[in-house]
Unconditional design. Structure first.
Length: 337
């Protein structure tokens, strides 16, 4: 059953975080993503499951691995069938430029579904457990913020709303400012921002704005495990996406909720910090060890595990898809891996 692979999923995100973190601040986001994908794909093939990638790198990142429809795992006769959504690096630019809030993320579900949204972007509204079921993505920011303040027993000026800093979100930023709430603008990494709304020390109550569709599904997996909620609406960029949406099972004006995006008898979520963020520390290297900070969650029990791992650099190997077992030490020393 899928609970048995919960900690294995942590191994997957740890591997991606470790190999990609070697390229912190070097300005090359392509190699950051490439190393993470290679490590994640290699570890997934070691797991006892019949896994199918529903949301992967695909057209968004032009990656040769972890594309939608790809099979991962050992595919033994008795292995569980598992649907998977991945983002080997949420925030490749963050890692390449040495900035905070980059994560390696995976979500999985058994006997359920994962929704591959038809548009590149969606409009999002994410909240934690206290506000779940109370706000409406179709309402104005003013209405939602007043309701949130009343429920939480605070002034609107004490609320913090996180928004992805993009031109398409500038009208939203102005609307929030006009109401008087605090705003936290982020450059990338909106999976972490959405999840932060459901954490007691997340530093934000609401996440709003237009961002990536795959990130919305991955955030939905975590929020389902935390009792939070995400609402999304398709946000087509052009006529081609409008046509694609009309031919799909989705509608442009409909609102889709957490369990419309991912559900099942069990939903598993794992993330490992690559750079320091709002709820996970990034990979740290000492003279002999690499230290990773991860989180693993299950929806059925709402169990949240925080895992700090110490990897002995001289002995730590990661099974990659293209190069087999590689040593972290060799990567750190600049050798070809």
């Amino acid at each position: 059953m899928i609970p048995e692979i919960t900690l294995d999923m942590v191994r997957v995100t740890e591997a991606a975080a470790l190999l990609s973190s070697v390229y912190l601040g070097r300005g090359d986001k392509e190699i950051v993503d490439q190393r993470a994908v290679d490590a994640m794909r290699g570890i997934l093939d070691l797991l006892d499951m019949r896994g199918t990638v529903v949301i992967g790198e695909g057209e968004k990142d032009h990656a040769p691995m972890l594309a939608a429809g790809e099979h991962v795992g050992k595919w033994g006769e008795e292995d569980p069938e598992v649907l998977i959504a991945v983002d080997p690096v949420d925030g490749t630019r963050l890692v390449a430029n040495g900035r905070p809030n980059a994560l390696s993320v995976i979500a999985a579900t058994e006997r359920g579904k994962i929704a591959p949204l038809p548009t590149y972007y969606v409009d999002k509204l994410a909240v934690g457990e206290e506000l779940a079921g109370s706000l409406d993505i179709n309402a104005s920011p003013r209405e939602n913020l007043k309701i949130a303040a009343a429920i939480l027993g605070v002034k609107v000026s004490e609320l913090t709303v996180t928004v992805l800093e993009r031109e398409r979100n500038y009208p939203l930023v102005e609307a929030i400012r006009n109401v008087g709430a605090r705003i936290k603008l982020i450059n990338d990494g909106d999976i972490a921002a959405a999840i932060a709304t459901a954490l007691p020390d997340g530093g934000t109550e609401i996440y709003m704005g237009i961002g990536g569709s795959p990130e919305a599904v991955l955030a939905a997996a975590a929020l389902q495990c935390l009792g939070g909620e995400i609402q999304v609406k398709c946000w087509p960029r052009d006529s081609a996406e409008i046509e694609k949406t009309e031919k799909s099972n989705f509608k442009i004006n409909n609102v889709y909720w957490t369990q419309d995006l991912i559900k099942g008898e069990e939903v598993i979520f794992s993330a490992t910090g690559i750079t320091d963020g709002s709820f996970l520390k990034g990979v740290r290297f000492t003279h002999s060890k690499a230290i990773t900070d991860s989180i693993a969650m299950r929806s059925s029990t709402r169990t949240v595990r925080r895992i700090t791992a110490y990897h002995e650099i001289a002995y730590k190997t990661i099974t990659t898809k293209t190069g087999g077992e590689v040593y972290i030490f060799n990567s750190l020393m600049g050798k070809r891996i």
